[in-house]
Ligand binder design. Structure first.
Ligand SMILES: Nc1ncnc2c1ncn2[C@@H]1O[C@H](COP(=O)(O)OP(=O)(O)O)[C@@H](O)[C@H]1O
Ligand SMILES: [Mg+2]
Length: 236
């Protein structure tokens, strides 16, 4: 029997004013599962993560169900408190603060769990050496590690990652992605948004492809071919 989903989206719509950005998205994510969401620029990937995270209000409470509880429309801090953390597109660190201060901000709303400053430094040892540096003094890859560490500080059951590979050298991307299976192994589920299709197929159990706010393809990563993905991605 499949495990009860941790996250369930039930015909989720999302709007910016009159503009509808998501249309009837349905999705289930089990504990420890890694789901990738791919799609071209403007497909709605960031909107999807922001709606799950409570940064954009879901129109119906039961459109987002987490741990069996309807949470659509809850404010973002309420969503974090229930165990959902977002690593936002572009990282969005506080430039005037140190690495450690940025991490501590992620821990302001936290559930009980294994993550602490020391645990984050164990996971990303390079950050321990830079703990008192301003976040702007770090390389792009190190800044991405701070953004992930900041999210982990809340002890999430579900980690949402928006384009963590964007703008980073391939060797850094591989280094960061190599650490994610350890999170999944301890039961943390992940929804990762990626424009890099190969990276998404390699990292995920299940893949959703969005186009113009709709799911146009969904399958296990193993079953998907690059041709099927390309056709869905571009709508050819
Ligand atoms: N703050 C906003 N106000 C109005 N429209 C937006 C806003 N953010 C995104 N959009 C629109 O919503 C659609 C989906 O955007 P987005 O979720 O950012 O796509 P992706 O992350 O896949 O590139 C696009 O048409 C985009 O122009
Ligand atoms: Mg985006």
């Amino acid at each position: 029997m499949p495990e009860a989903p941790l996250l369930e989206l039930r015909a989720l719509d999302a709007f910016y004013g009159d503009f509808q950005a998501l249309f009837g998205i349905s999705m289930a994510v089990a504990p420890g599962q890694v789901v990738a969401v791919i799609g071209a620029n403007g497909a709605g990937k960031s909107t999807l993560l922001k709606t799950i995270a409570g940064l954009i209000a879901a129109p119906r409470r039961d459109a987002v169900v987490f741990g069996g509880e309807p949470i659509g429309g809850l404010p973002a801090h309420g969503v974090v408190g229930r165990g959902i953390a977002l690593v936002p597109e572009g990282r969005r660190l506080f430039p005037s603060l140190s690495v450690e201060e940025n991490l501590l901000i992620g821990g302001r709303t936290r559930r009980p769990g294994p993550w602490s400053l020391e645990a984050v430094y164990g996971f990303f040892p390079v950050l321990a050496e830079r703990r008192h540096s301003p976040s702007t003094a770090l390389s792009g890859g190190q800044q991405q590690m701070v953004a992930i560490g900041r999210a982990l500080m809340s002890n999430p059951r579900l980690l949402l990652c928006d384009e963590i590979s964007l703008g980073l050298a391939p060797v850094i991307v591989r280094d960061i992605y190599a650490r994610l299976p350890a999170l999944a192994a301890q039961g943390t589920a992940m929804v990762i948004v990626e424009q890099d299709v190969s990276q998404a197929l390699a990292a995920a159990d299940h893949v959703f492809c969005l186009r113009e706010g709709r799911v146009v393809l969904e399958d296990t990563a193993r079953a998907l071919t690059r041709e099927a993905v390309a056709a869905a991605y571009f709508g050819v």
